[in-house]
Design a protein around this ligand. Structure first.
Ligand SMILES: Cc1cc2nc3c(=O)[nH]c(=O)nc-3n(C[C@H](O)[C@H](O)[C@H](O)COP(=O)(O)OP(=O)(O)OC[C@H]3O[C@@H](n4cnc5c(N)ncnc54)[C@H](O)[C@@H]3O)c2cc1C
Length: 406
């Protein structure tokens, strides 16, 4: 078990959240699977205080940090993953930029109501022509006097049709490269010109509504700018590390739920006069699942602790996400295999877990992009090391190569 890597207080908190999720969320998991938007559940979660982990105490948070957020994500996702994805879209993805870059007034007006469940938030990055390549963003926010005028489209926005506010990323200065020309805004969805174009049907994560949104000459006050103009990419990159760790935790939660069903079923199902866990073909699957679950949790915990310490964790959060999502998918797949035919039916939720878990490889940056980020950091570190070694070579030794004189 990975228990020794958590503090006693964290373990106690996990028990508390697990009990809450079992009692308050699990009874509605089937309704959410049938398409119920988990809005009322978000309210319950907020009332229980589980939207507070990442936010400052003076605005209603607990400031406990990302390990506590990881625990909440894992435990709620283990009973209803779409519910947790809606929660994190609001109190993590939307709220983290406000929490870290917002003014006192913005925090009081938007952050506190989100933490209390009085407002629902969303984050708007992806567009019809722009997914992985966020620098190609086309949505414009052009300043006119005391307002920004917003035009463009965002798609696949979780909570997009239900949110009160969207943390919106848009180009505010088209004259410079997007990395310096993008800004972040708090966009109230009651702004004139805002339209929900469509809500998509999904493979899994039913109930988690993702929407295509249109912005036509939407005017928002200039005071809704987050941070400074041109800081959009810094704000986005800062948010994404936290988002990826939350997604990793959610996928671990789903995989753990599938794993637990597979363990129990394998001890009860009898074939050839013995429980099927007597066959290594089954019990070795369980061994692999247990190992991968612990490894995923440890990678995620490492990244979360680094973020808590204010360290840069882009590589570690990408590693945690890609490892957790790839293996969570495989764990759900193998769990279904342990159940045989009944696993393919809706008698057990494992088929649902397999559909739900697939989003992990796409949302918050695809698995290909995670690998891109990891290798980029690996080569950057390599270049730095080689550079230092070169600098450390004494001149008289290096000059024997003759290159200095050529
Ligand atoms: C259920 C769901 C919820 C979502 N919620 C939100 C949300 O709340 N807010 C939001 O802004 N977005 C959200 N998204 C969007 C999500 O972040 C994007 O779908 C994701 O970043 C990928 O973008 P894309 O779909 O445009 O794929 P593309 O970027 O078009 O990629 C297509 C394929 O090409 C690969 N690819 C692209 N570039 C490279 C490269 N350089 N190297 C190797 N492979 C590459 C990708 O990995 C992928 O396999 C959500 C998506 C889903 C499905």
């Amino acid at each position: 078990m990975t228990k020794i890597f958590f503090t006693k207080e964290e373990l106690r908190f996990r028990e508390e959240v697990r009990e809450f999720a079992r009692r308050e969320i699990a009874p509605y998991a089937d309704d959410v699977e049938k398409g119920m938007y988990p809005g009322p559940l978000l309210k319950k979660i907020a009332e229980a205080g589980y939207m507070r982990q990442l936010h400052p105490i003076e605005y209603g948070g607990t400031n406990k940090g990302l390990v506590y957020e990881m625990i909440v994500a894992e435990e709620i996702a283990a009973v209803s993953a779409p519910t947790d994805m809606s929660r994190t879209a609001s109190s993590t993805l939307c709220a983290i930029p406000i929490s870290r870059f917002g003014t006192d007034e913005q925090k009081r007006k938007y952050l506190t109501p989100i933490i209390r469940g009085e407002m629902i938030g969303a984050i708007g990055i992806t567009e019809p022509d722009v997914g992985s390549d966020t620098a190609g963003m086309k949505t414009r926010a052009i300043r006119e006097g005391d307002e920004y005028v917003i035009n463009g489209e965002k798609r696949f926005i979780t909570n997009g049709a239900d949110a009160n506010i969207i943390t919106l990323f848009a180009i505010s200065n088209p004259e410079v490269p997007a990395k310096r020309g993008a800004s972040a805004f708090i966009f109230p969805t009651d702004t004139e010109g805002f339209k929900v174009e469509k809500v998509y049907n999904l493979l899994g994560m039913h109930g988690m509504r993702i929407a295509h949104l249109k912005f036509e000459n939407c005017r928002i006050p200039a005071e809704n700018l987050l941070g400074k103009e041109g800081m959009g990419f810094n704000i986005l990159m800062d948010e994404l590390d936290t988002e990826r760790i939350s997604i990793a935790a959610e996928m671990i939660g789903i995989a753990r739920a599938a794993f637990e069903i597979a363990v129990k079923y394998s001890t009860e199902r009898v074939q050839f006069n013995r429980p099927i866990n007597w066959f290594e073909g089954i019990s070795f699957k369980i061994a692999d699942m247990a190992t991968l679950l612990d490894a995923a949790e440890l990678l995620t915990l490492r990244a979360a602790r680094m973020v808590n310490r204010g360290e840069s964790a882009s590589k570690e959060s990408a590693m945690a996400k890609v490892f957790a999502v790839d293996h969570a998918f495989e764990i759900c797949n193998q769990a279904l295999q342990v159940l045989g035919g009944i696993g393919y039916t809706t008698e057990y939720p494992v088929e649902r877990y397999l559909r739900d878990v697939r989003i992990g490889m796409i949302g918050g940056g695809t698995s290909e992009i995670m690998r891109f980020l990891i290798q980029r950091e690996v080569y950057r570190e390599f270049e730095q090391k080689v550079g230092k070694e070169k600098q450390a070579i004494p001149v008289e030794v290096s000059s024997t190569s003759g290159r200095e004189n050529s």
